[in-house]
Design a protein around this ligand. Structure first.
Ligand SMILES: C[S@@+](CC[C@H](N)C(=O)[O-])C[C@H]1O[C@@H](n2cnc3c(N)ncnc32)[C@H](O)[C@@H]1O
Length: 277
């Protein structure tokens, strides 16, 4: 089931049944003055932007099942506000994941930002938290000798470069005929893939209130999750719809033999590992 809505997320979220989705992945505009495609102000007065954050966070939380997972990507500036809102609504804090990129944008009035926070909360104890569902490009050394080295993800994700244009542009970057970014905030698909794999099982439902170019939807289609996406801009909605329709279920590259040396292999790689709080 893939349900794509064109429209305002606050209105559409209200039509979604309470406690009906297994995971939310939200990548909202950061109020950073970006020029998105359609009529839409990305430079609101601070209080107005934060009131807007509250409205959609409340609606997305309402749609989340007990035991569901809420990922919220934000700029460093509004991270604390979003964290407090999720806590106010009774969700449980799990992590702040740092998506660390090797290619930050230079800044003139502060340090260049080399990491983007992604809040990870759950509604009560998470139904699924399968941190063996993906692997990172490099090993982490753990203190506990039984876990000496693993490639399983921790809260620092330095292995996913931000998408770039020009001659280094990866094939996944959607471009205009002139070669420019078709969506100025397109996220790498690997990031969505990791978040979805870890927090859901095949067939479960992911809700994405800010579909953009359709990155989360494309990842869901490839790994067999159901998906509800919302996008306000007509241009981006059409882009996401086309991209998701073109994506196809892919066989998993992950095999239990990949983890044979860690001492943590599970009898059944499809069975979730529950998060121990
Ligand atoms: C940061 S981008 C999401 C990018 C997406 N993760 C991707 O990889 O392409 C935010 C998106 O939210 C959309 N948007 C902004 N306000 C919205 C609203 N009220 N309801 C739904 N979508 C909205 C913007 O048009 C933009 O495409």
């Amino acid at each position: 089931m893939f349900t794509l809505h064109e429209g305002d997320c606050i209105e559409i979220l209200q039509t979604i049944a309470p406690e009906s989705v297994d995971m939310v992945f939200a990548d909202p505009p950061f109020n950073a003055g970006k020029e998105y495609a359609d009529e839409f102000d990305d430079k609101l007065p601070l209080a107005e932007y934060r009131a807007w954050l509250t409205k959609w966070i409340e609606q997305a939380e309402r749609a989340l099942k007990q035991g569901g997972t809420f990922w919220l990507m934000q700029d460093q500036r509004h991270l604390g506000y979003c964290q407090m809102e999720l806590e106010r609504l009774g969700l449980e804090f799990r992590n702040i994941v740092s998506w660390a990129y090797t290619n930050p944008t230079p800044a003139s009035d502060g340090f260049p930002k080399t990491w983007r926070p992604i809040l990870l909360f759950s509604k009560g104890k998470p139904n699924t938290f399968d941190w063996h569902a993906d692997q990172m490009g490099r090993e982490t050394l753990y203190y506990n000798p039984g876990r000496a080295k693993t490639n399983f993800p921790n809260d620092l994700w330095p292995d996913i470069p931000k998408l770039v244009g020009g001659i280094f542009a990866p094939p996944e970057l959607l471009r205009t005929r002139e070669g420019r970014f078709a969506h100025l905030a397109q996220m790498p698909e690997k990031l969505a893939d990791r978040a979805v794999r870890i927090a859901t099982l095949p067939g479960e439902i992911v809700l994405d209130p800010f579909m953009g170019s359709g990155t989360v939807g494309a990842a869901c289609k490839k790994i067999g999750r159901r998906y509800i996406g919302i996008e306000k801009s007509h241009v981006y909605f059409a882009m996401a719809e086309k991209r998701i329709k073109k994506s196809a279920l892919q066989p998993s590259l992950f095999t239990p033999s990949n983890i044979a040396s860690t001492g943590q292999e599970r009898a059944d790689s499809a069975a979730p590992v529950l998060f121990q709080s």
